[in-house]
Structures are given as C-alpha cells and as structure tokens.
Design a protein around this ligand. Structure first.
Ligand code: 6GU
Length: 272
C-alpha cells in the first residue's frame, strides 16, 4: 500500500515536470480572493485534476488551480481555491496539498479566508490577522497513522501563527492605511452558517471571527514546521451579530470589493 508520503512525492514530482521554479512560500486564497494570482510573474497554471492524488474542487468562486511563479523575486505556489471539509472531502484530502508543498520545499505559508465577524471590534470589509484558532470542526487532519517524515505524533500547537511574520503583515497593513486587527478564528464544518446561539457560544469561547476552513491546513503546516501567517477577510457579520441574513453571494461580493486591497497587501509583504 502506498503512503500519503509516497503520494505527496508523486504529486511533487509531477509539479516539478511543469516548472523549474522551486517554491519557498505557499499562498492559499479563500473565497473570492483568487484574483491575487494575477500579480504573479512568470507563472504557470496547473489544474488540480491534473495533479496525481489531488481531488477536484467544486465550490463556487474557486477555480481549482495551482499557480506557481514569482512575486517580487520570491517563488510562490498559490492555491486558487482550496478543498473544504463540507464538500465531503476527508481531512486527509483537505490537507494533502500542504503535504505536497512541504515536499516541494515550502517553508512559509500565507493562508487567507473569508469569515464572519463575531467580535464587535470587527466590521464588514476588515482584514483580521489570525492570532490563533479554535478547532471546532470535530476532527483533526492528523488523525490516523503518523508519518514521522512529516512530523511528530503529538505536535505542539502553541504558536501556529508565526508572530514575526504576522508583525510584518501588520506593518504593511499600516503602510497601506488599513486598520490592524488581530483575533481568534474559529472553524465550524459548515456548510450551514451558524445559528445565533452557536455564535454566542463561539464568542464566549473567545472567538472573534468564524469560518469553514484554514484550521486543518494550518495544523498540518505546523506539524511539518512550516511557518504560517493567516489573514481573514471579514465579509459579513455572523448570525445574531447583525440582523442581516447570511448568503454566500454577500460573502463573495464583499470579498470582491476587497480584491484590490488584498492583492496590494500580498504583493507588498510577500517579498519581505
Ligand atoms: Cl457567518 N460563518 C462561517 N462558518 N463561515 C463564514 C461566515 C460565517 N461568513 C463568511 N464565511
């Protein structure tokens, strides 16, 4: 039987036949934030379905492509669209690309998402640097056989979101005239949005923003020693925080407004 490690090596070898660039930084683009790929120079696109052991991505607003190229001299591997747990993917399938990035030589990861604001300190259109997370998905991507070539059985998670990298992002946000907010991201499985009672619970647990992604990828990156920085785009307020009903269209619309700001931020800080 082949292992996840062997599969990841096979996927990495396939990617290496498509480009001689060796990525140092992985970037995961969330709902509606895929436009950043336009900023990448000397880029090549690889559809997920071409890559061995990658699954097809289905959700609206996600192109399902790996984009490899340069941003200010740094080689990046950018996921335009990610795998969600709510699509019926297993946790292992959700995080498989992160395993492949490690094999390719990635040492840092920028993860982005669209989220609902829980904290009263947040509003629509804010960017929140993820300081820490709460895994409320009822599962963990590291469940099952542990391959020591990736990392230890019981990895420490006391600083998933690298402080130094987060400070660099904060500096760039200030330079662009954006308010700097940091907070705790909580992940529910989705696909239903939360009830007002669930959001109240999440607030009492210390969460500032809520979403359906990011946590599995960041646990896995940390397992392998990849340094992570997380940026959450608050596209709407969570249930009960505002009177408005939640729609995926609103999420995509707000993310669309933030497209240019977001692109500029990533373009500025990645070379740093
Ligand atoms: Cl309110 N909840 C979840 N789980 N994900 C979201 C969201 C809310 N808003 C954007 N993404």
């Amino acid at each position: 039987m082949t292992s996840v490690y062997d599969n990841a090596v096979e996927a990495a070898n396939f990617i290496k036949t498509k480009t001689s660039l060796v990525p140092e930084i992985a970037v995961i683009l969330g709902s509606g934030l895929g436009g950043f790929a336009d900023e990448i120079e000397e880029k090549i696109y690889i559809s997920y379905e071409e890559i061995p052991h990658f699954k097809k991505s289905t959700v609206q607003g996600h192109a399902g492509k790996l984009v490899i190229g340069k941003v200010g001299g740094k080689v990046v591997a950018c996921m335009q669209g990610r795998y969600h747990f709510y699509e019926g993917n297993t946790m292992q399938e959700v995080v498989f690309p992160i395993r492949v990035f490690k094999i390719l030589g990635v040492t840092k990861m920028v993860v982005t998402n669209a989220s609902g604001g829980i904290s009263k300190m947040l509003q629509n259109g804010d960017l929140m640097i993820i300081r820490d997370h709460i895994n409320y998905m009822g599962s963990n991507p590291l469940i099952g056989h542990n391959d020591e070539r990736f990392g230890p059985r019981f990895p420490d998670m006391s600083e998933i979101y690298n402080k130094k990298l987060s400070n660099i992002v904060a500096e760039h946000m200030r330079k662009l005239g954006l308010g700097v907010k940091t907070g705790i991201y909580i992940a529910f499985t989705g696909p239903s949005y939360e009830t007002p009672a669930e959001i109240l619970m999440a607030r009492q647990m210390g969460a500032d923003a809520v979403g359906m992604s990011t946590v599995p990828e960041c646990i896995t990156a940390n397992h392998m020693g990849i340094k992570v920085v997380g940026i959450s785009c608050v596209t709407n307020m969570a249930a009960g925080v505002s009177e408005n009903r939640l729609t995926h269209d609103e999420v995509c619309e707000t993310a669309g407004f933030m497209r240019e700001t977001f692109k500029k931020l990533l373009r500025n800080f990645i070379p740093d």
